[in-house]
Ligand binder design. Structure first.
Ligand SMILES: Nc1ncnc2c1ncn2[C@@H]1O[C@H](COP(=O)(O)OP(=O)(O)OP(=O)(O)O)[C@@H](O)[C@H]1O
Length: 268
């Protein structure tokens, strides 16, 4: 098989996007010095498919996302990378321009006479109708992240890349944001790659959960659970335990737990 060097290929024609995967990665290598963080990684995401990416800290999740977003300007390793022309990125921090009002942030760089109308509609979609003229500093963390989602979705991306977008939010806000993201994705149908540390977030949101380990996708599991997905469902628990196992959490548990076969160690 021929390999290309960090090649980015556009697939902007809608008809082509229907037939081809939205994202295709083959044999991707990214090294920092001697260390191959991505080591022959393969991954495919279909149009409209939601893939969550789990992996231990330092396994290369953000490195992969940056490569897909075109933010890795030093990407020179082997491999093939094909992404749509219209991709959008959401980070853990909303990265709003503090000197621009909320609507100004959403429509920044948008062309066309209807930009303000589209931006206003996008803000309404994320539950921020009426806050167009607020300054970013006047918004809560969750509200700022809603603006960041509106800024992405108003561009109707074929691919939405999200790097722990809810990692800095409190648990209740995160649950609300999960519901919002699901609604938005059902409506706009971008392909999604969500990097997260949160196994539950991955199961609740994704069609597939991929686990990155040793520079490759070590597991790629389809989440075939009907909504609402919740802990009470035995299949949910099975999948959760399996993912935690792949992330090495079961091994940690064994270290933390006393050895029940040793009477001296047994907790009474
Ligand atoms: N620009 C860089 N220069 C050198 N090493 C880097 C660079 N960027 C990332 N790395 C290294 O690559 C490895 C993977 O980093 P990356 O941020 O992709 O991991 P991650 O899976 O996203 O981690 P976390 O879950 O902790 O955010 C780490 O060991 C990191 O130190």
């Amino acid at each position: 098989m021929a390999t290309h060097t960090g090649r980015l290929t556009g697939t902007n024609a809608a008809t082509v996007a229907e037939e081809r995967p939205a994202v295709r990665i083959e044999g991707l290598v990214r090294a920092f010095g001697d260390r191959r963080v991505l080591d022959g990684l393969d991954l495919t995401i279909r149009p409209g498919e939601f893939v969550a990416l789990l992996g231990r800290s330092g396994s290369g999740k953000s490195t992969l996302l940056r490569a897909l977003a075109g933010l890795d300007h030093a990407l020179t390793g082997a491999g093939e990378l094909s992404v749509p022309d219209h991709a959008s990125v959401v980070f853990q921090d909303a990265r709003l321009l503090p000197w621009k009002r909320v609507l100004g942030n959403v429509v920044l760089g948008l062309d066309g006479p209807d930009a303000v109308e589209r931006g206003t509609a996008a803000l309404a979609e994320v539950g921020l109708a009426g806050r167009e003229r607020a300054w970013p500093v006047e918004l809560s963390g969750g509200e700022q992240q809603r603006v960041s989602l509106a800024r992405s979705l108003v561009r109707e991306p074929q691919l939405l890349l999200a790097d722990e977008p809810f990692g800095a939010l409190d648990a209740l806000t995160r649950i609300r944001m999960h519901a919002l993201l699901r609604r938005l994705c059902e409506r706009h149908r971008p392909a999604v790659l969500l990097v997260t540390h949160d196994v539950d977030e991955a199961i609740v949101l994704a069609d597939r959960v991929a686990v990155l380990d040793e520079g490759r996708i070590a597991a790629d599991l389809t989440v075939d659970l009907p909504p609402p997905r919740h802990h009470g469902d035995p299949e949910y628990t099975v999948l959760r335990d399996r993912l935690l196992g792949l992330l090495g959490v079961d091994q940690l548990d064994q270290i933390d737990q006393p050895d029940q076969t040793d009477p001296d160690e047994t907790v009474r």
